[in-house]
Design a protein. Structure first.
Length: 425
């Protein structure tokens, strides 16, 4: 197939050559030398507007550049800067007009390093509600109202399928369903709807084979997809399956390390007896490799407390493990507090013959207390599993928090930003 050749005309203002790449579609064109806007719809090229500005803007993607977006190659034939002023606040974005002789026109917009590939729609969206605000239903998706503004064309270059002029104004509204955005542009008696899809600078650079690297995107754009959206469900599913695996390990640990009773006996202590309260238990055997030892105390305390000093002593080597525990239990008509029982785990106790040295204490005038001491060897310690379960919560909670922060930052830039609580009551 023969290549389609661009048409060339002369600028009546400066005499410079002006190329027409849009063929019969082009209604206006800007002279690249003097920036005069020309009427290209008739053979007698007329001046529509002379450039009054003092500065020129160089497009990042030069006119005439060709790039493949999707499965279609487009050529950049027009460029405009559109500006919004809101009191003391002013900002602008760039728009590139793309043309393919068989697919027609498309647009690329750029703001602070955020890009969108735009297609003008012929069907009208249906107005609805979403999250308590106006929304639009289109293509099976609900687009939430994001902002509205009046945009002014501040600079033009290239050619356009309408009679473009610097200073022309349109009322714009944006509705978002990331990574898509639905936008309307209204002039007197006319409204145009377009659908945009978010693109990264890297994708644009690759499509148009631009030199160097794209500048980094600044801030969060209206329809910028959240990097955490797909990760939240995945992270919580991963958390669920890891907890299932952790529960399986707990049961396995219980099976291979059930613990066994090495010593158990019952005692009583009366604070009023004027003798040394300390005593030693009969010797007992701790078998196997180095493992933990749990000492449990079960009492019949009632509205009282007791304090126990313990020493676990190796009968052969004299190695001693000292520890203590308090047991307290109180109750009244409003309920109870504390517990009649307590326990302590001594880690990594070697095997051997042991006995306990026990020294109980109670408040003066206390009634006697009966208690049971039980020594268990190699007892499962579930504290590690509890800590692990808590640590497993960190990734999904952090991802959820990051997504919430991302969305909050997005909507702070919209007309529907949360109202601050400051001000007069």
């Amino acid at each position: 197939m023969a290549a389609i050749q661009a048409k060339s005309i002369s600028c009546p203002n400066c005499g410079g050559p002006v190329q027409l790449r849009g063929f019969a579609h082009t209604l206006s064109v800007v002279c690249p030398q003097c920036l005069t806007v020309l009427d290209a719809s008739t053979p007698e090229v007329q001046i529509l507007q002379k450039y009054q500005g003092k500065t020129q803007t160089k497009p990042t993607i030069p006119l005439g550049a060709r790039g493949k977006l999707g499965d279609t190659q487009y050529e950049v034939i027009g460029f405009q800067v559109r500006q919004v002023s809101d009191g003391d606040d002013s900002y602008s974005w760039n728009e590139y007009l793309l043309f393919n002789p068989y697919k027609g026109f498309r647009y690329l917009t750029e703001y602070n390093g955020h890009w969108n590939f735009v297609h003008v729609e012929t069907a009208l969206p249906e107005q609805t509600l979403g999250r308590g605000r106006i929304a639009m239903r289109y293509g099976g998706k609900t687009f939430l109202a994001f902002d509205s503004m009046r945009a002014i064309t501040a600079y033009v270059l290239g050619e356009f399928p309408w009679r473009v002029q610097v200073g022309e104004s349109v009322a714009c509204q944006d509705f978002v369903a990331p990574p898509l955005m639905l936008s309307s542009e209204a002039t007197a008696g006319d409204i145009t709807w377009s659908r945009a899809e978010y693109m990264t600078g890297a994708q644009v650079w690759q499509a148009f084979k631009l030199p160097g690297s794209p500048p980094p995107a600044y801030g969060i754009f209206a329809n910028q997809p959240s990097p955490y959206s797909g990760n939240i469900g995945s992270s919580w599913r991963t958390w669920l399956w890891l907890n299932v695996a952790l529960a399986g390990l707990v049961f396995l640990f219980m099976f291979i390390s059930p613990g066994h009773v090495a010593f158990s006996d019952h005692y009583a202590y009366f604070q009023g007896v004027k003798t040394d309260s300390a005593f030693v238990t009969p010797a007992f055997r701790l078998e196997g490799r180095n493992a933990n030892v749990e000492l449990s105390i079960h009492t019949d305390l009632d509205n009282n407390w007791a304090y126990f000093n313990f020493a676990l002593i190796n009968d052969q080597t004299g190695q001693t493990f000292d520890f203590a525990r308090e047991v307290s239990y109180y109750r009244d008509s409003d309920g109870s507090e504390g517990s009649r029982n307590n326990s302590v785990i001594v880690p990594s106790v070697p095997s051997g013959q042991y006995y306990l040295r026990v020294e109980p204490e109670m408040a003066a005038g206390s009634p006697y207390v009966r208690y049971e001491l039980e020594v268990r060897r190699n007892v499962p310690n579930y504290g590690f599993f509890g800590i692990t379960a808590l640590l497993l919560l960190i990734p999904p909670v952090l991802t959820t928090f990051r997504k919430g922060s991302f969305e909050a930052a997005r909507w702070r830039e919209s007309d529907y930003a949360p109202k601050s609580s400051g001000g007069d009551d």
